[in-house]
Design a protein around this ligand. Structure first.
Ligand SMILES: Cc1cc2nc3c(=O)[nH]c(=O)nc-3n(C[C@H](O)[C@H](O)[C@H](O)COP(=O)(O)O)c2cc1C
Length: 248
């Protein structure tokens, strides 16, 4: 799919990320398309699918390195399909990601490795022990059936990773700076937006994404001013008040 200007939406997104100084997350793409997207010059992270063919994972990681990706990772939440078997994406079979596999990927990556799709303390600890630089708490916009909202396990994951240098990213249904604020207060080091950016991206390309992220940043600043949060270090969950009976 191309934009009216003939460019790929992901190239427009990458150009916006470069302008904004944010990370440019790229999912399942051919090497050729990945190279094109990475050539926009943003700090690009390549998230590789859990292919059953492990050689493909190693070779996509190597190619990402040649394109100067700042990090690589794997979306461990895209293993199962809806028919009770491993998924097949664009004709390519997915397979399990075992702890030993993760250790091998981290070792081969040659750059920080992100485990995307962490949704439990146990996953987070395994990612840390495998040597990952970051966990990405996510249910992949609902592709994990009955996956809990990522924010509901952030606090426990933060506690489990305390004292380590493993960064915590979080996404899913973050549509405003107010959502971002809550997610950061609950323990994420950074947040990411998927579908919330899709409409502005497809309508207005780079400019639409920049406008959306700037608006979110304004909303985030607004909440930080209200609550006296001056830096990422001063975020903490007591700024949030839960409805009676609710718990995190
Ligand atoms: C069009 C589209 C394609 C996506 N492709 C991938 C992918 O290839 N790999 C991946 O890890 N996540 C992929 N995602 C999921 C996002 O990375 C992200 O986890 C999710 O969209 C976050 O939830 P949100 O859309 O509610 O913000 C995709 C999301 C969308 C909307």
């Amino acid at each position: 799919m191309q934009m009216k200007n003939g460019r790929l939406p992901m190239s427009e997104y990458a150009a916006a990320a470069k302008e904004l100084g944010t990370l440019n997350w790229v999912g399942m793409e051919s090497n050729e398309t990945f190279e094109q997207i990475a050539s926009e010059g943003a700090d690009t992270v390549r998230i590789i699918k859990p292919f059953a063919d492990h050689d493909r994972i190693f070779s996509e990681m190597e190619f990402a390195g040649k394109c100067h990706a700042v990090a690589v990772g794997i979306d461990i939440d895209h293993v199962a399909g809806q028919d009770g078997n491993y998924d097949v994406v664009d004709g390519i079979p997915m397979g399990p990601v075992r702890f030993t596999n993760l250790c091998e990927y981290v070792k081969a990556a040659g750059r920080p490795f992100v485990v995307k799709g962490v949704l439990s303390v146990s996953d987070a600890i395994k990612a840390k022990e495998a040597g990952a630089a970051a966990v990405f708490v996510s249910h992949h916009h609902g592709r994990v059936p009955f996956g809990i909202p990522p924010v509901s396990c952030l606090k426990q994951i933060k506690e489990a990773l305390a004292g380590s240098e493993v960064a915590i990213f979080c996404d899913c249904s973050i549509a405003s700076g107010y959502d971002a604020y809550k997610t950061l207060a609950l323990g994420a080091d950074a947040v990411s937006v998927g579908r919330g950016i899709l409409t502005p991206l497809l309508k207005e390309g780079q400019e639409g994404v920049v406008k959306k992220v700037n608006e979110m940043n304004r909303q985030l600043s607004e909440m930080c001013i209200y609550t006296g949060v001056g830096s990422m270090q001063s975020f903490e969950p007591s700024v949030l008040h839960l409805a009676a009976g609710a718990s995190i």
